[in-house]
Write a protein that binds this ligand. Structure first.
Ligand SMILES: NC(=O)c1ccc[n+]([C@@H]2O[C@H](COP(=O)([O-])OP(=O)(O)OC[C@H]3O[C@@H](n4cnc5c(N)ncnc54)[C@H](OP(=O)(O)O)[C@@H]3O)[C@@H](O)[C@H]2O)c1
Length: 285
């Protein structure tokens, strides 16, 4: 019989799930993995969650599935809360009952985004849109369940998988002669490979609680785009614009930089800078 811990991953077809699927050999000496996509574990159905969970009986549950459409969430509040809040309550209860460690991914969008100071985990959250509110509600369900949990708040994820900002900018940059990109929203991009590395550091060290994690440093979407196009040698002019000139259904936090000193101090790990991470990541695109 295997003595390895069993890990069940939800949302396995998403960016983070696909990145782990690709990197899992780094961890298979310690863990047996079960990757569940929406057809195997539907986060909007209690029966589906319970059935899959009780079939696999994981030691660790990586909740990578989520309702992630920030603008659409404004019109689909019920669905966003069903997947981002209610599923967390169901999972947390199963984790309590089965002594399972719940690792949940949350977002910088739980923070208000006002001010000019990086948010610490202790900062009182105040999300400005439905997506952020639903993710915060999910965190609260997990915390109040008293299950063994690790919540990782991250930001601006990108990878070679699925749709994301980096892939869109490469596509638009190749199609158009100029782009207008918002220059007054500041945050930190995060390459999913670095996030997976951070998650497994926390899992292996059995660190519990809430952790901020993104790549190090800060930029605006405009600065991010400039570097993407420069590194990909795409000849397209990028013009900075204020967010008032780029209407979106959901409000975005203006300054969602997160303080990662807790992660660095507790794990003893350094965090790659966003520009270095982008350079490495783009080798794969
Ligand atoms: N992307 C970002 O910039 C960002 C920033 C901060 C935090 N996060 C958080 O990071 C985590 C991973 O994000 P990501 O970028 O990997 O997201 P993603 O690529 O959008 O993937 C989300 C995954 O959730 C799945 N999902 C949606 N509804 C589901 C349901 N009812 N049942 C089961 N699975 C369902 C999707 O399945 P389908 O493939 O079937 O659609 C997809 O596999 C999420 O918790 C997200 O909130 C993301």
């Amino acid at each position: 019989m295997s003595t390895k811990k069993v890990i069940l991953v939800s949302g396995s077809s998403g960016q983070l799930g696909q990145t782990l699927l690709e990197k899992k050999d780094l961890y298979t000496n310690q863990y047996d993995f079960f990757f569940a996509d929406r057809t195997q574990l539907d986060l909007s159905s209690e029966a589906s969650i319970s059935e899959c969970f009780l079939k696999i009986r994981p030691d660790i549950f990586l909740n990578f599935g989520a309702y992630t459409q920030v603008d659409k969430a404004e019109e689909s509040k019920t669905e966003a809360f069903l997947i981002n809040q209610k599923a967390c309550a169901i999972l947390a209860k199963l984790c309590v009952q089965n002594n399972c460690h719940l690792v949940h991914i949350s977002t910088d969008y739980v923070y208000s985004g006002t001010g000019l100071e990086a948010f610490k985990e202790t900062h009182i959250p105040a999300p400005v849109n439905t997506y952020g509110k639903s993710k915060l509600a999910g965190e609260k369900e997990i915390i109040k369940s008293a299950c063994k949990y690790t919540i990782v708040r991250t930001s601006w994820l990108y990878s070679k998988h699925r749709n994301n900002f980096v892939k869109s900018m490469i596509k638009y940059g190749q199609e158009r002669s100029s782009l207008r990109v918002v220059n007054d929203q500041i945050g930190s991009p995060t390459w999913t490979e670095d996030l997976i590395d951070a998650i497994f550091t926390l899992v292996q060290q059995e660190q519990l609680g809430i952790f901020n994690y993104s790549n190090e440093g800060a930029c605006s979407w405009y600065e991010f785009t400039k570097l993407i196009l420069e590194l990909k040698q795409i000849n397209c002019i990028v013009n900075p614009i204020p967010s008032t000139e780029f209407n979106t259904t959901a409000k975005r936090p203006a300054y969602s930089l997160m303080d990662k000193s807790k992660f660095k101090k507790i794990t003893g790990k350094e965090i790659p800078n966003w520009a270095d991470a982008l350079k490495d990541a783009l080798q794969q695109f």
